[in-house]
Design a protein around this ligand. Sequence first.
Ligand code: ADP
Ligand code: 5GP
Length: 224
Amino acid sequence: MSASQRSVSPDAPRRGLMLVMSSPSGAGKTTLSREILARDPALAMSVSVTTRAPRPGETDGKDYHFRTPDEFLALRDSGGLLEWAEVHGNYYGTPAADVADRLSAGQDVLFDIDWQGAQQLAHKAVADTVRVFILPPSARVLEQRLIGRNQDGPDVIERRLAGAAAEIAHWAEYDYVIVNAQLDASLETLQAILAAERARPRRQLGVRALATGMLSDLAARPGR
Ligand code: ADP
Ligand code: 5GP
């Protein structure tokens, strides 16, 4: 193939990335995740394991894998979790199964996990992680969103607000921060982050092959 013929398709092979999103509970992570997943077919959710009770409308296997503490600890102790943490008095963890295969297949995986989990994933695979912190516009709005979500009782809301400071304290450790005031603007920023991160040379395996081929084409030009 000549240098002028060689080109790269927009679907060229690419290594997937781990999009890690953290926020204090109520800032809008679940809403943003749902919207970005609906818009972006290259992105799939990592479904966590948790010991907390399902909220109204949550489905086992879709929102979380709901497990007893004994089941959770058995999974953790057998090496079945990529990371885990205790949050608001419950255990949460990321199943290790098939994350590596999905990344190799060019699939991006979205993780809705807390700062402890984000640190553990970055420690294990920093080159694959893209960490985004979602902040509410104010403490007052955070409280209003928790109340407006209408899914937790006052004591649970109080516990989540009390835990918000511990989560927010870690915002600057992330690669990106989004202040989630207007949902549409937050989504646009998230899409821009994904587009830019996908363009990183270390993920562009197809372009790597193209560039190598171009170098040999240029070296083989007649008269050289
Ligand atoms: P989290 O997953 O971070 O706990 P949710 O996505 O459940 O938060 O959002 C909490 C509440 O705030 C929900 O009722 C959701 O509809 C609302 N919400 C999320 N993002 C926004 C936004 N940008 N503007 C107004 N309300 C929002
Ligand atoms: P919720 O109970 O509101 O669904 O989640 C509470 C907190 O647990 C959120 O901050 C969420 O990001 C975090 N979380 C959910 N799944 C995981 C997980 O697998 N690992 C870790 N470390 N945190 C998680």
